[in-house]
Design a protein around this ligand. Structure first.
Ligand SMILES: Nc1ncnc2c1ncn2[C@@H]1O[C@H](COP(=O)(O)OP(=O)(O)OP(=O)(O)O)[C@@H](O)[C@H]1O
Ligand SMILES: [Mg+2]
Length: 321
């Protein structure tokens, strides 16, 4: 499969896109490109401007400034011409609860202009793809969250769009369902559909070919996950699994403040663990052990691990303040 970006055409080209609601800037001049067939991850905390950006790209909301081309068409003037080539699974996606699975797909398929054999074939394809065979006659409230999300995805790609926009499609579903959902995304992407997906999950972000990270309306990083890590995370991470994370963190912060941890760049709580970013992983690891032992802080592990995207984003966000 050809995966070299230079040889793929650009299907979304955004330049200085801005959206103001009154005097509030929701999207602050973002610029990025998406290549055909890629899985592009659009990340950012709540309220950072992801949905607003998607709505502009779909031609549902006029930008205040800037331009964007989607499939070579200007989003302000030519959106209607490409609407049938785009798919959208909105954040609060809508399935009709009083229609069966099959009726939902029929409804969306017809709305997208599919008829007769093509409509039938595509519905069969989606039922198989989403593992909904045998559930055609159930209604969405009877399905588990994972199935509902796959059905909503199926509805968004029935008409074989060039690009599908998925706004937090896996929010609130269990890890196994999320895995199954991403397997579907790979399948759809391998068939040439470009996937623009927003997510809060860092494991999902690692699976994207390219990412853009939006924060308070502005992009603070973009590129392939590996490149973002090497660019923004100089060094390795020492990971500590303490018995009491709060008191261990206080001890390590004190040690860093008095210069006892060497070149520790920053120390962060990471769930029940502590991550220290450092240029000298082995030295820092030994000093952490000495410090914790000296303070009588108990721990089960102190390891050197490669940095994750989450480490990179925590650092990027801290750099903003
Ligand atoms: N129609 C609107 N009028 C006024 N403010 C709005 C409007 N739509 C969005 N906003 C504000 O713009 C900001 C960005 O919202 P947006 O929904 O794009 O964020 P998001 O990144 O999608 O967040 P989430 O992860 O919670 O879905 C928020 O502060 C939101 O309150
Ligand atoms: Mg949103």
């Amino acid at each position: 499969m050809m995966r070299n970006n230079n040889h793929r055409d650009t299907v979304i080209e955004v330049k200085g896109l801005k959206k103001l609601f009154g005097s509030f800037t929701a999207v602050d001049g973002v610029s990025f490109e998406v290549k055909r067939g890629e899985i592009f991850g659009f990340l950012g905390p709540n309220g950072s401007g992801k949905t607003t950006t998607i709505r502009m790209l779909l031609g549902l909301l006029p930008p205040s400034e800037g331009t964007a081309l989607v499939l070579q068409h200007d989003i302000q003037r030519q959106s209607r011409m490409i609407r049938s080539r785009l798919g959208y699974m909105s954040q609060k996606f809508t399935l009709y609860n009083d229609l069966t699975v099959e009726e939902n797909l029929l409804f969306y398929g017809r709305a997208y202009g599919l008829r007769n054999k093509r409509l039938k074939d595509r519905i069969q394809y989606v039922l198989e793809m989403a593992d909904l065979k045998g559930r055609e006659h159930e209604t969405p409230p009877k399905l588990s969250g994972g199935w509902r999300q796959r059905l909503a995805l199926g509805a968004a790609i029935l008409h074989e769009p060039d690009i599908v926009f998925l706004d937090e499609p896996t929010a609130g579903v269990d890890p196994l369902s999320r895995r199954a959902f991403w397997d579907l995304l790979y399948e759809i992407s391998a068939q040439g559909t470009t996937i623009f997906v927003t997510t809060h999950y860092m494991d999902e972000a690692e699976h994207c070919e390219n990412l853009a990270f939006i924060y308070y309306g502005g992009l603070i990083a973009q590129g392939a996950p590996g490149d973002i890590k090497t660019e923004h995370l100089p060094g390795d991470v020492v990971q500590i699994t303490p018995v009491n994370a709060t008191s261990a963190l206080a001890v390590l912060n004190d040690a860093q403040a008095s210069g006892m941890l060497g070149d520790a760049l920053d120390i962060n709580l990471y769930g029940a663990q502590i991550h220290i970013l450092t240029h000298q992983a082995e030295t820092t690891r030994q000093r952490v052990i000495d410090t914790l032992d000296h303070a009588g802080e108990r721990y089960s592990d102190v390891d050197v691990i490669p940095p994750s995207l989450e480490d990179a984003f925590i650092r990027l966000v801290q750099a903003q303040h």
